[in-house]
Design a protein around this ligand. Structure first.
Ligand code: IPE
Ligand code: IPE
Ligand code: MG
Length: 272
């Protein structure tokens, strides 16, 4: 009896969720690429008198919920900032625990990614990660490489400046060996040297925990991204918060330097 009640509750919840998703889809455009700075794990734990790592552990539930909701909504790319270049400066115990959590999550979630047709990718200085993390990451990437529904892109040991410098070095090498001419260097060529080559730029960037900063995330790619900051701490973030962010996004007018009139005319002509 209890089971029957709880399963029908889950069904009702699922039904309501699908309805909200359909509404969002019919109301406006669903961002093709969403990037998230998952912040506030430490504060979530501190508020409860728990060690910071308890917040990181709890944050995994938010990742699961958001990945699932994004795939259902038809988001094509979801980039999650999981660990920054600067995060290596944190206490050893916290860094070690984060690495262990990464290994565990990659191991336990890969089958679910596979089942849901989600392709895993990673950007960052992967070689700087412990070998075991590298191994799990490579295996999960390899296993899911033919999946088509959505790309889940993890930014690990990543920073925007690091990525830009890496791109500059590669371009300089290619100029030196004659593959690239200096005058050929433009936005498009530069983007193709970044770790995100081939991905569209994020339409929407969400940061949790109420911090109004970018913290060295996707510096080049967010030139015209819509920013959304919410006070919610990452372990409390669920799909309903994501829906709010998308609703907010749908109310915006993206002008890319043009006038409102130009944008309206463009979308009227169907080529915005
Ligand atoms: C984000 O939460 C997770 C990582 C940076 C790995 P934090 O650990 O930064 O949590 P706060 O910002 O200290 O609350
Ligand atoms: C950004 O959060 C990095 C990740 C979410 C992985 P931080 O907590 O490291 O950023 P700051 O230090 O508050 O700017
Ligand atoms: Mg933080």
């Amino acid at each position: 009896m209890g089971d029957a009640v709880s399963s029908s509750k889950t069904e009702v919840k699922g039904y309501r969720d699908r309805k909200i998703q359909e509404e969002l889809k019919s109301r406006g455009e669903i961002p093709k690429h969403i990037a998230i700075i998952m912040d506030g794990n430490g504060r979530w734990a501190k508020k409860r008198g728990l060690p910071r790592v308890a917040g990181h552990r709890e944050g995994i539930k938010s990742v699961r919920d958001v990945v699932e909701a994004c795939a259902q909504l038809g988001v094509k790319y979801l980039t999650l900032f999981a660990f920054s270049t600067e995060n290596w400066k944190r206490p050893k115990y916290e860094v070690d625990t984060l690495m262990k959590l990464l290994i565990k999550v990659l191991r336990t979630e890969v089958d679910k990614l596979q089942k849901n047709d989600i392709k895993l990718m990673a950007i960052g200085d992967i070689e700087s990660l412990p070998v075991e993390v590298q191994r799990e990451l490579k295996e999960a990437i390899e296993k899911t490489r033919n999946n088509k529904r959505m790309v889940l892109n993890l930014a690990i040991s990543y920073s925007g400046r690091w990525e830009i410098i890496e791109a500059v070095k590669s371009i300089a090498r290619d100029v030196k060996n004659g593959k690239v001419k200096v005058d050929e260097i433009d936005d498009k060529l530069f983007s193709n040297y970044l770790k995100t080559a081939g991905m569209p730029e994020p339409d929407l960037l969400i940061r949790t925990s109420g911090e109004y900063r970018i913290s060295n995330f996707l510096l080049w790619q967010i030139a015209y991204t819509e920013l959304y900051i919410c006070d919610c701490l990452w372990p409390d973030f669920r799909r309903k918060h994501l829906y709010e962010a998308i609703k907010d996004y749908q109310r915006r007018e993206r002008r890319f330097g043009m006038t409102s009139e130009q944008i309206k005319k463009k979308s009227f002509n169907g080529n915005a």
